[in-house]
Design a protein around this ligand. Structure first.
Ligand code: FE2
Length: 574
């Protein structure tokens, strides 16, 4: 059957019948024989191809098996021991560092850590040496990673480390934040993990007519384990009203005042606060000499804990007198990130646990603690808190949310629209040049189209006020840009401004001094901004400018005055 036509052809040829056969039949037999030959060749080819493919597949399977074995052997023999070694080294490093930091902290608090003066001196010297060595290595690594053009700041100011000398169940680090216009979140920490997350409150001291129960969380970071971080939301509350409250049914009574339901309203704005003597000076001016205020806005860089978590606790205690009395609305800076590849892969761990903001409340919840918005004074002021260290590119969650949020603002009701970022979009200081540029390119048009009145930034440790700007040009319909990163952190001031900077002609006042700012919105059309410099025990007004709301539809007029001589650049280089 394999080749019947070929056999037939041979038989015909040998029998001598072929001359008698019709030519057509002979041709058919010959063609049949030829076709039969091609069929054999094709079949052999098919068998060969199948064999090769199967061989190749088998080789692949064997190779995968061998590679898997090599991988397992590599993990067992190299990776696991290396990780263990790194973990042990990290734990040892953290333990030594934590011990040294504790000794220095005790010394700063005037306490003994050894029981003898000589012992304290020896341990203190060793701890200082270790910390200096650690700071040197860290700076070297940081410098190598960032490049040689990184800004070098002057020596740091001494830290102000605030202790908690009360029982473990007593609240500490109390701070409050607005949740909508009728409610207030109370946040506090207890060393006692079983302390209740309850706030009792009322309008008379010691007489609590209402209470609210919240929840608590904890987190771990290296060897550090936080206390119980409590959050409870009280309300509804009356506007412009003083409430007395107690956290966890223990400890001191605190007092807060709710913001007004309508204008006027006053904001304090201060960034890059930290916890130094400079910080303490700024806080004293905010709480005392600078006068009263309704809401504090902080455009990032809070504690400067910089991975050493007990600094978050000392910071919380330092700001408690102010932060427990008025809402502190904050957004994140680079010092809140605290992400370490492989070791602490989750960014903002401490910040998100301790400083929970109303991202899930109001008319446009953002879904992220890193950016959100809120209304003040019955919606006469809308504040947008943006995240310089969250995704902000077109199409990102933050960008989509910002577009939605601004679309929902009715400028017939909202007289003033404010925005906060950390890294400034306009900056003539040598420090952090261009770091906000990508965010500016991504979001500036959204703010401009919504007629945002003022954009506040931090990050640069100095004060700078620009005119109204859009896309690097003066524009009376654009926001005024103000950098206010001069709260007083341990890194010191950003002393040098660039005279020939491309934005220098847009910069109306700049000075490298510590201080804070105040925005008092008087009515639907007018507000006044003042910058208060820390002059020892006095808060001196160095810059003042009047703003006309962009919602009013008139060309924005600003009238500036400065103690240094009518605006300009009183301190280009200090
Ligand atoms: Fe910063």
């Amino acid at each position: 059957m394999t080749c019947n036509y070929a056999l037939l052809s041979q038989v015909v040829s040998s029998s001598g019948l072929s001359p008698g056969w019709p030519p057509m039949m002979m041709a058919t037999a010959a063609m049949a024989a030829s076709s039969c030959d091609r069929g054999d060749t094709r079949k052999k080819l098919q068998i060969t191809v199948v064999f090769l493919v199967r061989t190749l597949l088998l080789a692949c399977i064997i190779a995968r098996g061998v590679l898997a074995l090599i991988r397992v052997a590599f993990r067992v023999a190299v990776v696991a021991p290396a990780r263990s070694l790194v973990a042990v080294a990290g734990a040892a490093f953290s333990a030594v560092n934590a011990r040294c930091a504790w000794c220095l902290e005790q010394a700063a608090l005037g306490r003994s850590c050894t029981g003898t003066v000589l012992g304290d001196a020896v341990v203190g010297a060793m701890a200082s040496s270790w910390r200096l060595l650690l700071q040197g290595i860290t700076s070297l690594v940081f410098l190598c990673a960032r490049g040689a053009d990184e800004y070098v700041r002057p020596p740091p100011s001494p830290l102000v480390l605030t202790a908690h000398g009360k029982p473990a169940s007593h609240p500490q680090q109390v701070h409050i934040s607005m949740v909508g216009e009728k409610n207030m979140r109370i946040s506090w920490v207890t060393d006692d993990l079983n302390a209740p997350s309850v706030v009792e409150y009322g309008t008379s001291p010691g007489k609590y007519t209402a209470s609210a129960t919240g929840d608590h969380t904890t987190y771990r970071y290296f060897l550090y384990k936080s206390g119980a971080i409590h959050h409870a939301t009280i309300g509804p509350l009356e506007a412009s009203t003083t409430y007395h409250y107690r956290c966890g049914k223990a400890g001191d009574e605190f007092t807060l005042r709710t913001p007004p339901a309508r204008l006027p309203v006053e904001f304090v704005v201060v960034g890059d606060l930290g916890q130094t003597k400079w910080t303490a000076s700024t806080l004293s001016h905010i709480g005392g000499g600078g006068g009263d205020y309704d809401v504090l806005l902080l455009p990032g860089d809070l504690s400067y804990a910089d991975l050493y978590q007990p600094r978050w606790d000392t910071y919380g205690r330092l700001v408690e007198p102010l932060a427990s009395a008025r809402p502190w609305m904050v957004t994140q800076g680079n010092h809140e990130v605290e992400k370490i590849p492989l070791v602490e892969p989750h960014a903002f761990k401490a910040y998100n646990a301790r400083w929970r903001m109303p991202f899930d409340a109001g008319a446009s919840p953002s879904g992220s603690n890193l950016y959100y918005s809120f209304d003040v004074a019955g919606g006469a002021v809308h504040v947008v808190m943006l995240g310089s260290y969250a995704g902000y590119a077109a199409g990102s969650a933050q960008h989509r949310w910002l577009r939605r949020d601004l679309a929902g603002v009715d400028r017939a009701k909202t007289a003033f629209l404010l925005a906060l970022v950390h890294a400034p979009w306009y900056n003539t200081n040598e420090a952090h040049q261009g770091e906000g540029e990508r965010m500016r390119r991504a979001m500036e048009s959204l703010l401009y189209e919504a007629r945002v009145d003022v954009v506040f930034a931090g990050h640069v440790h100095a004060y700078e006020r620009f005119t109204r700007i859009y896309d690097n040009e003066a524009d009376s319909r654009g926001p005024m840009y103000i950098t206010i990163g001069d709260g007083g952190n341990r890194e010191g001031l950003a002393l040098k401004f660039i005279k020939g900077h491309k934005s220098a002609h847009l910069s109306e006042f700049r000075e490298a001094s510590f201080g804070h700012g105040r925005l008092r919105i008087l009515n639907e059309t007018s507000a006044v901004w003042t910058w208060h410099r820390n002059d020892d025990q006095f808060a001196t007004v160095r810059d003042e400018v009047w703003l006309h709301s962009l919602a009013a539809g008139e060309p924005a007029a600003t009238v500036a005055s400065a103690a240094g001589g009518g605006g300009g650049h009183p301190a280009d280089e200090l």
